[in-house]
Design a protein. Sequence first.
Length: 136
Amino acid sequence: MRFYNSRNLVIRRRGLRRELTTAEAALWKRLQRSALANTKFRRQHGVGPYVVDFFCAAARLAIELDGSAHDYASAQEHDRARDAYLLRAGIRVLRFENRDVLTNLDGVLAEIARHLRAPTTPPASQAPLLRQEGRK
């Protein structure tokens, strides 16, 4: 199995790209074409069994936008499991609520830019996770 953009998630990723939320569309407008800090982002990018809203490979940074569906305990547990998986893979995760993007887009962009400047050091557990994913 491929670790990034596995083939079994292609249809799901395409659907998610076609059906952007208002907040995702607003943020993507400001991230696309390396508009923020001259850094390339991808949207609806597959990482292992998950699809992250936005991903910067150079900074190993995933950005997730959360709407009201994330207010439920089951969704929050899923988010924690996903974040732990991504962290083990050496990917930092930033989460923003949709309303923050819609009401304070410049503040959200400033926070993303701050994390882009932060040094990235993948955890020691990254290699075992990547090998494990390759075996599936």
